[in-house]
Write a protein that binds this ligand. Structure first.
Ligand code: SAH
Length: 364
């Protein structure tokens, strides 16, 4: 899409630009925005910036602006993601949006509501190229990277919806592999931290285990939480469940994790989707403990959520408890993650951006 924005036009492709994505107002730097409003009083850029990042307002809602300015911004820089559907779980605690990018790329965001706060689970890519066998996003394949603006729009929408609760945490655990879209994810993280006021310690980047990305993260100034989707603690099994493991053997992955925690002082967590008879045996617990204990890593156990393309079932309730207790006896800090939003396909690994309509309410 072309916009009337003078900043950047005619210049070579910007770092944030993605083929197929419309340029979001959230892709603009504060300087770009000031440039865009060059005919306005000098304070205008700052005013719009604060309305965007401090109040999560859309340009047409910025009533403090003169009407023509509101119109101009709304027309030149409409949202890059249009809500196609919004679903709410039966208990009201989980909200899922399906969005369409300018090119029709489908993206999902999940908001988890707690009594006095909320967590947003955002997508970094439309689809995913990592191909984990049990993950619905992986089964659906990869479409494209999201721009920083598309990521930030998800956060702004979640923050609006969470009100009056505070959106306290952001987790990059939606669709896609954040470290395979590093620059755009990181620039979104910087804005979430600096401009939306959500501190780095409340932002979690989850990775399938892209070692160069983890190394890069350890050199960044902001100490975000790192979650690694481990799922298996020996290379044979891991390579079957998480094919990208073939490029990044466990021993090297563990070393990269060690360097990250040493550099950042942040807690590391391992995600482990418990699959019946596959990775829930006593030997799995032993191998996992051998990796997690020296790293003081927290283990998040997720009973496998059902997905159409993977026939093996999740570990049953007793099995999950047994595995957790087994880990704890071996000195691992392990918890079972509550399954939220299964009824609206919003649970871990279920994001597949199915066409809108099924069991969802259209957005007005
Ligand atoms: N690509 C990143 C971000 C995705 S996060 C990553 O791999 O970490 C989504 C989390 O849910 C990951 O830990 C993923 O492995 C897990 N997951 C995927 N499919 C699942 C399923 N069917 N049941 C439970 N967890 C699943």
């Amino acid at each position: 899409m072309t916009t009337a924005a003078p900043a950047g036009s005619g210049a070579p492709a910007r770092r944030g630009s993605v083929k197929g994505a419309a340029r979001s107002i959230y892709d603009l730097s504060e300087q770009d925005l000031a440039h865009h409003l060059a005919d306005q009083p000098a304070y205008r850029g700052r005013q719009v910036w604060q309305a965007l990042y401090g109040q999560d307002l859309r340009p047409e809602e910025m009533t403090a602006l003169p009407l023509p300015v509101r119109h101009r911004l709304a027309t030149a820089l409409p949202p890059a993601l249009a809500a196609t559907a919004e679903s709410v779980s039966a208990d009201g605690g989980t909200v899922k949006w399906l969005w369409a990018g300018a090119d029709g790329a489908a993206v999902e965001t999940v908001l988890m509501l707690y009594p006095d706060r909320a967590t947003a689970c955002v997508s970094s890519q439309a689809g995913c190229a990592m191909n984990c066998s049990f993950c619905a996003t992986g089964q659906a394949g990869f479409r494209r990277n999201l721009s920083s603006g598309e990521i930030l729009e998800q956060v702004a929408a979640a923050r609006r919806r969470a009100q009056p609760r505070r959106l306290s945490n952001i987790v990059f655990m939606g669709m896609g592999e954040p470290l395979a879209n590093y620059e755009r994810v990181w620039s979104a993280v910087e804005r979430i931290h600096a401009d939306m006021g959500i501190s780095a310690r409340h932002i979690t980047v989850s990775t399938v285990g892209i070692i160069p990305g983890i190394r890069r993260l350890s050199h960044e100034a902001l100490p975000v939480n790192l979650a690694v989707s481990l799922h298996a603690a020996n290379d044979d099994l891991r390579n079957r469940l998480v094919p990208v493991g073939r490029r990044y053997p466990l021993a090297d992955l563990v070393e990269a994790c060690r360097q990250y925690t040493a550099a950042k002082g942040r807690r590391l967590s391992f995600e482990w989707a418990l699959i019946a008879g596959v990775n829930d045996r006593p030997s799995d617990a032993r191998e996992l403990a051998a990796i997690a204990v020296p790293l003081a890593a927290h283990v998040n156990l997720i009973p496998l959520n059902p997905t159409p393309g993977y026939q093996v079932r999740g570990t049953d309730r007793d099995g999950v408890r047994r595995f957790r207790d087994d880990l704890r006896r071996q000195g691992v800090n392990a918890t079972v993650r509550a399954n939220r939003g299964t009824d609206i396909d919003a649970a871990c690994g279920q994001l597949a951006a199915r066409a809108a309509g099924e069991a969802t309410d259209p957005v007005e």
